[in-house]
Design a protein around this ligand. Structure first.
Ligand code: HEC
Length: 92
């Protein structure tokens, strides 16, 4: 199931646009996102974005398509969890 999604996302070449994001676990994401908090305030930086949209943005960073201040090495599950946490942090 998970590998199917990954294959689909790679095949489509559209990580940022993908609506096929894994369902994230916001509670797990809170811990994983601790390293992001030095620089990010989720309720401000990711306001108005859905978990899918945030996951898409994080994936562009992980894939090296967006020049980010800090190199991110995250699994698909990490991205989904962090995105769920960020999305929840802004009340969406
Ligand atoms: C050392 C500081 C720093 C850390 C740590 C950091 N970021 Fe960032 N991040 C930035 C800065 C600065 C920007 C704005 C870059 C820009 O817009 O040019 C940014 C932008 C982003 C964006 C928006 C990209 C876009 O397409 O607009 C996302 C998503 C993001 N960071 C996710 C994360 C996640 C997830 C983590 C933790 C795993 C993280 N960042 C940790 C500094 C950091």
């Amino acid at each position: 199931m998970k590998s199917n999604l990954v294959a689909l996302m790679i095949a489509s070449g559209a990580l940022a646009m993908s609506g096929a994001a894994l369902a994230g676990d916001a509670a797990a994401g809170e811990k994983k996102a601790e390293m992001c908090m030095d620089c990010h305030e989720p309720a401000e930086d990711f306001a108005d974005l859905s978990a899918d949209e945030i996951a898409g943005k994080i994936n562009t960073i992980v894939a090296g398509q967006f020049k980010h201040q800090k190199k991110l090495t995250l699994s698909d599950a990490d991205v989904a969890d962090i995105a769920a946490y960020f999305a929840a942090a802004d009340g969406k």
